[in-house]
Design a protein around this ligand. Structure first.
Ligand code: ADP
Ligand code: TRP
Length: 338
């Protein structure tokens, strides 16, 4: 039985795209209805690995908070807060760093990806290298049963489990709970508009959510389809075709989707019509969130209040775990100031 889940969102500056939405935001928001306790936080300390300009950082944080609140995160149902408002995250990370080896850290993707991109190991910043330790602290503080994330985060949950296991073994107590990754099979990895790679801001193969309509239309119209189809009358392939993958995800009119698929297979519909229908479906799905976001932008006091209340609730849970950890490992002892 899963009773408590937790997940973090890095405000790294990339505007949300439908890959983020279907892979992360939507399942997270849906969990509010199914699970007793949901904890979601903005991982602003994690963002420092790439964002080191204060104005930009603030802008990114505000954007993510507005995105989530407008896409259905409900502060009445979830505890929503900012990582840095709960200093226990940093405090636990310092302890946990002693329960993972250098060799294990060197095998982490985030670090290896940078090396692959040509960066030298000596010039990678230690925040990036230590990223999985801070993430383990984020998770273990709240003792969640499940951590809903995209497929690319699986390795981080695994190292979190390893760190918790090692800590528990050393202190000979089950202080930390081993969390399970919660990764949706179908939408763990939404393909990009290039039809090849995972949809990702850095690859420029995204369909946005809150951008101006013209931009979203352009993104949809430039989407890769069936490369073997030269003319409208050629029979087309639906399976694995990104435009139809998106229709299945976005379009609430399932009858229309079936009709388009049948006509596509028979060579009775052009790419342009399929894409125009997709654009209309996108508008239907995201219009309410886009309106809510505009309203929230005008009410930053409300947004601040939500985060302050979230931090207060989160801190209660986090403090308790940190105390247990300090006690188990001997930092809390007869000399501790009360
Ligand atoms: P990006 O790759 O665009 O920078 P992030 O790394 O910020 O996206 O990811 C934020 C969240 O969205 C993570 O939980 C991640 O696993 C999920 N996610 C990102 N891209 C996709 C995708 N193409 N399909 C499914 N989930 C995704
Ligand atoms: N690393 C995650 C990402 O890039 C964000 C994150 C930080 C997170 N701390 C977390 C996710 C704790 C789940 C749990 O998407």
């Amino acid at each position: 039985m899963i009773n408590r889940v937790l997940s973090g969102i890095t405000p790294s500056g990339s505007a949300l795209h439908i890959g983020n939405y279907f892979g992360a935001v939507k399942p997270q928001v849906e969990l509010q209805e199914k699970i007793d306790e949901t904890f979601y936080f903005i991982a602003d300390l994690h963002a420092l690995t790439t964002v080191q300009d204060k104005g930009e950082l603030e802008k990114n944080i505000v954007a993510v908070v507005l995105d989530y609140l407008s896409l259905g995160l409900d502060p009445e149902k979830s505890i929503f807060f900012r990582q840095s408002d709960v200093p226990e995250h940093s405090q636990l990370a310092v302890v946990l760093a002693n329960f993972v080896s250098l060799g294990h850290m060197k095998r982490m993707h985030a670090f290896k990806d940078k090396l692959q991109k040509g960066e030298k190991p000596d010039s990678i910043n230690m925040g990036l290298f230590n990223y999985p330790i801070l993430m383990a602290a984020d998770i273990l503080l709240y003792k969640p049963d499940g951590v809903p994330v995209g497929e690319d985060q699986r390795q981080h949950i695994e190292i979190t489990r390893d760190i918790a296991e090692k800590f528990n073994k050393v202190v000979k107590q089950e202080v930390l709970r081993l969390p399970e990754p919660v990764i949706s099979k179908e939408v763990g990895k939404v393909v990009g508009t290039d039809g090849e790679r995972k949809m990702s801001k850095s690859l420029g193969n995204v369909i946005g959510i809150f951008e101006d309509e013209e931009i979203i239309k352009k993104q949809i119209m430039s989407c890769f389809t069936d490369p073997n189809r030269k003319k409208v009358t050629d029979p087309g392939k639906v399976e694995g075709n990104p435009v139809f993958i998106y229709h299945d995800l976005i379009n609430d009119d399932k009858g229309e989707v079936e009709d388009l698929k049948n006509r596509y297979r028979d060579g009775r519909v052009g790419d342009v019509e399929v894409k125009e229908r997709l654009f209309e479906a996108h508008k239907r799905l995201f219009e309410p969130a886009r309106k809510r976001r505009k309203k929230l932008e005008e009410d930053m006091e409300l947004v601040k209040r939500v985060l302050a209340e979230g931090a207060e609730k989160a801190k209660k849970v986090a403090r308790e775990t940190l105390e247990e950890v300090y006690e188990a490992i001997g930092i809390k002892n007869s000399l501790s100031v009360k």
